[in-house]
Design a protein. Structure first.
Length: 115
């Protein structure tokens, strides 16, 4: 089993920044891809960004140039630096980790951007 604990969400004004963290523990060996999804009220959960164990990152178009995903393998932690936040970024952000064929999820952290 892998446990994921997110932190760093909160309330911020439009144009502001937040940094989310997701710490993995438990059976963390063989974790390959980690990343972030978000779910706005009444909408489906959508992928935001991913990073491989080697550091290769990918982003959904709507966050390119504003969000940066990074990973510290020594700390088993993935980060999401979010800049130039907009009200449409408001959502619950979920961290995930893929270990072999199993995907593990964090509990989610709320990000609210006021206009």
């Amino acid at each position: 089993q892998v446990q994921l604990v997110e932190s760093g969400g909160g309330l911020v004004q439009a144009g502001g920044s937040l940094r989310l963290s997701c710490a993995a523990s438990g059976s963390i060996f063989s974790i390959n891809v980690m990343g972030w999804y978000r779910q706005a009220p009444g909408k489906q959960r959508k992928l935001v960004a991913t990073v491989t164990s080697g550091g290769s990152a990918n982003y959904v178009d709507s966050v390119k140039g504003r969000f940066t995903i990074s990973r510290d393998n020594a700390k088993n932690t993935v980060y999401l630096q979010m800049n130039s936040l907009q009200p449409e970024d408001t959502a619950v952000y979920f961290c995930y980790a893929d270990r072999t064929v199993v995907r593990y999820w964090g509990q989610g952290t709320q990000v609210t951007v006021s206009s």
